[in-house]
Design a protein around this ligand. Structure first.
Ligand code: HEM
Length: 229
C-alpha cells in the first residue's frame, strides 16, 4: 500500500516554491534595498545562510537514514513508519536551499564564482578547490536522491549501493562549508555538532552490523549449547 505521507511531484514543486519565496521574503529581496551596498550584502548573507541551512538539513537526512537502516531499528525500535517520510521529504528542502545558495552566489558579482564556477568544478576564481568540492557534492546529492526515488529504473539493489554514497556527499559538503565559508569560525560549533552526529550514528550502526556478522561467523563452542559435541 502506498505511504499516504509520501509527497507527490506537484506537492514537492509547490513546497520548493514556498521555500524559495519565504527565503526571498525573509531576506528582503522582494522589497528593493535602500542602497547598492545593502542589496549586495543581502544577497551574500542570504547565500551563506542558505548554505548552512542546507548542510544542517542534509545532516538530518543522513542521520535519519542511518537510524532507519540500523539493525536494532528493524528488530526493536520500529521507527521506520514515523521517520521514513521525514527522511524522504527532507530531500526537496535540502536541494531547494542548495539551489538558492548557488543562485545567490552566481548573482553576487563580488562572490567570484559566476555561472561557470557554479556548474563546472574548478572554474570558480574564489577558493577554486573548496568550491569545486561543493559543486561535486551537489551533483552527487541530486544523483543519490533521484536514484532512490526511482529505484525501479536501475538493476535490482543498485539504488542502495548508490544511496550509501550519501555519507561521502555529506562529508564533501561539510569540507566545502569549512574550507570555502566566510563564517567558519562562528559556525564552528555547528560543524563540530555535525561531525559528532555523523561519526556517532554511522559508527554505532556499522559497529552493530560488524558485531552481528562476527557472531554469525564465530565457531560455536560446545559448552555454549549451540552444537552437539
Ligand atoms: C551539497 C551542496 C552544498 C552545501 C551543503 C553547501 C554549504 C555551504 C556552507 C555551509 C557554506 C559556508 C557558509 C559560510 O561560512 O558563510 C558554503 C559556502 C560557500 N559555498 Fe556552498 N554548499 C553546497 C554547494 C555549493 C555549490 C554547488 C557552489 C557553487 C557555486 C557553492 C559555493 C559556495 C561558496 C562560493 C561559498 C563561500 C561563501 C562565502 O562565505 O563567501 N556551494 N556552502
Amino acid at each position: 500500500m502506498e505511504n499516504p505521507l509520501r509527497l507527490k511531484g506537484h506537492t514537492l514543486i509547490a513546497l520548493a516554491a514556498i521555500v524559495i519565496l519565504a527565503i526571498l521574503y525573509a531576506t528582503d529581496q522582494v522589497v528593493p534595498a535602500s542602497s547598492a551596498r545593502e542589496a549586495q550584502l543581502r544577497i551574500w548573507l542570504a547565500a551563506r545562510a542558505c548554505g548552512i541551512t542546507a548542510l544542517v538539513l542534509l545532516t538530518a537526512q543522513v542521520v535519519l537514514g542511518l537510524v532507519l537502516s540500523h539493525p536494532t531499528n528493524q528488530s526493536t525500535w520500529k521507527l521506520s513508519k514515523r521517520l521514513f517520510p521525514w527522511h524522504e521529504n527532507l530531500f526537496v528542502f535540502t536541494v531547494s536551499f542548495v539551489a538558492v545558495h548557488v543562485v545567490f552566489l552566481v548573482l553576487d558579482p563580488y562572490a567570484g564564482v559566476g555561472i561557470g564556477g557554479a556548474l563546472v568544478p574548478g572554474l570558480s576564481s574564489y577558493r577554486t578547490v573548496p568550491v569545486a568540492v561543493g559543486v561535486v557534492a551537489l551533483y552527487a546529492l541530486v544523483f543519490t536522491g533521484l536514484t532512490a526515488r526511482y529505484p525501479k529504473r536501475l538493476p535490482t539493489g543498485w539504488w542502495l549501493k548508490i544511496h550509501r554514497f550519501s555519507l561521502v556527499v555529506l562529508v564533501a559538503a561539510w569540507l566545502h562549508g569549512v574550507l570555502s565559508g566566510t563564517d567558519t569560525q562562528s559556525f564552528l560549533p555547528i560543524y563540530v555538532a555535525i561531525g559528532v552526529a555523523l561519526i556517532g550514528t554511522a559508527g554505532y550502526r556499522y559497529w552493530v552490523v560488524r558485531r552481528a556478522r562476527g557472531a554469525l561467523r564465530a565457531p560455536l563452542h560446545p559448552s555454549s549449547g549451540g552444537i552437539e559435541p
